[in-house]
Design a protein around this ligand. Sequence first.
Ligand code: PRX
Length: 658
Amino acid sequence: MSSDQSTGSETAPMDNLSHESRSFAPDPAFARDAVAQQSLYAEAGEDRLAFWAAQARELLTWETDFTETLDWSNPPFARWFGDGRLNAAYNALDRHVEAGNGERVAIHFEGEPGDTRTYTYAQLTEEVKKAANAFTALGVTAGDRVAVYLPMIPEAVITMLACARIGAAHSVVFGGFSADALRSRIDDAEAKLVVTADGTWRRGKPSALKTAVDAALADGKSTVENVVVVKRNGEPVEWTEGRDQWWADTVETASAEHTAEAFEAEQPLYILYTSGTTGRPKGILHTTGGYLTQAAFTHRNVFDLRPETDVYWCTADIGWVTGHSYVVYGPLVNGATQVIYEGTPDTPHQGRWWELVQKYGVTILYTAPTAIRTMMKWGEDIPGQYDLSSLRVLGSVGEPINPEAWMWYRRVIGGERCPVVDTWWQTETGAIMISPLPGVTAAKPGSAQVPLPGITADVVDETGASVGDGGAGYLVVREPWPSMLRTIWGDPDRFVDTYWSRFEGMYFAGDGARKDDDGDVWLLGRVDDVMNVSGHRLSTAEIESSLVGHPAVAEAAVVGAADETTGQAVIAFVILRGSAADEDHDAMSETLRQHVGKDIGAIAKPRKVLIVPELPKTRSGKIMRRLLKDVAEGREVGDATTLADSTVMNQIAADFAK
Ligand code: PRX
């Protein structure tokens, strides 16, 4: 399963260059009143640490003010605002109520079947206080970990904030991940409590969730002591007495009196697992003060947020970092009103999102390029049937956005009047790092453009030297930033190796990038073995290790092939073991797709599993994935002269084309 490390960077949208010269100057009226101002860059440029200290004090309420902004005496282990103390949930909730905004809507929830719920800040605060009391009664204390395996329902937000309130770190596991994936994350974090639901709605049908939790905990040997279950769709559930509790019996009956205790700024806030270059997902650790500062700063300035009047909607699931920073922490710390939608964009019809924009008067929309490209395919008549005139800022995240999709988003959804912000960041960075600022930056379709004030992102060559305008290389961050990951949970060496060893003293993001002649940054996709499918991060090694875990498989190689809609698609090449090789290949391919789905989750299922007699290997036995990627993307196979057997690729290319 070794790789030649040369895959990944060819995923850039092909039509970048033709649009490069194009840019949209900020609308003067928008610019005049914009939340973000050009002066932020100068301020941050003059004294980056003073800038972040000022933001931390302006955006957050500290129980104890900090005296030191950054402790970087032991790089790459950073401490931001180290001697300050605060409570994350108090910042997201109570203080808004105390400021007289208790009646402001925090969440407009819309379930897939059309059920709705509204929570004001006062109501949400009350629910979080109850959940904090309930979790405490179940033995959860500061420093513990809580696994969250929930659909996009208000209880997910309530659970996360209740954990934060009592100083326990949440570890949200995307509801689409399998029981095995859930178990490995529970084990790695040594979670004490799991919060889940009986099920959720998916494309009009009920789908189960608790069954995966039961399967994950079946051997009774995990660290989990209790499972709290939200009743969402009435799916039948098995019950383990003594371990399982209904949300209705524990949380809803708990006292709504709870005083938030302040924790130190570096108190772990959450762990979020993400794919890396090896088979084992990494538990990215975020802490409190710095993370909240940058989440709130970016949410306010990148989206031009006006909490009194805006209705904000981020379509990401809480299972991903976007749901953490831009559904839970950024918007709520800023006192925003937001929409949360449980379902898929095409249920019960392909206009569902636009119907919601119209219904709630959404003013700021934040979504992923894959969704935009899917809507493009469905046709502009569909959004055309709804009143989208409330929209005023549009955001994109998760993968490179091709200029064509950017232009469509701006024209069809934004009516040519809304600034589009393409925001680059990662689970590891915690918050947006590179993005235009609406009203300030002249926008270029397809480019994330400029590091935000206070962020020193750059593009460097192999030696770590900054490339000039017009050059290409690797994306790095030169200086620590407040919402940076603090470590990989339980594996500080891997943290140092993965991010801080490639270039001396710099954070290596794993993305290729180039600077255009104006110095604007264009993201070119991953330079490692991480794939990006519909904005979801998957590792080739993780899927390969699932495939070779199947008894019929001898060897496997996985590549991410460019895909018009999903950005990349997973394509697997496998060699079967002895007798399995004689079985029907179509049936076996399907079996293996399902196997990966069960092992990791449906999002990781390969689009295609091609059974091959041999894989392309160098004389030293390394699989040359670059060649497999050529085949998967329908290109002429590149230089194969270093292969031990140069005829292998002819056979694979012929089989793939069948
Ligand atoms: O390759 C980059 C891509 O998504 C990766 C991070 O994935 P994840 O940690 O799952 O976080 C996604 C949501 C922040 C990055 O290394 N990526 C993210 N945003 C962009 C992007 N690629 C290009 N343009 C973006 N705006």
